[in-house]
Design a protein. Structure first.
Length: 80
């Protein structure tokens, strides 16, 4: 039982460490290369609607691109 708990804790700590490293990389990108983030924002449709009337497949595709941008925003926001 204790071995299982220790393995779980190691996995949790490892995942958190990787996430912190990834967040740090996103923050570095945002600080050093804001033009890259601006380009991604435009590409991902951050400033336009994702809905294409009568074309649900294209609307879903656009929403997928927007989801990428929302992930980037989440990864670059200052931590509380």
């Amino acid at each position: 039982m204790m071995a299982g708990l220790i393995d779980w804790l190691r996995g949790t700590i490892s995942r958190r460490s990787r996430r912190l490293a990834t967040v740090s990389s996103y923050a570095e990108l945002a600080e050093k290369h804001p033009e890259v983030l601006a380009d991604l924002a435009r590409f991902c449709g951050a400033y336009s609607t994702t809905l294409v009337p009568g074309q649900p497949d294209l609307s879903a595709f656009n929403e997928g691109k927007r989801a990428v941008w929302l992930h980037i925003l989440d990864m670059t926001k200052p931590s509380d």
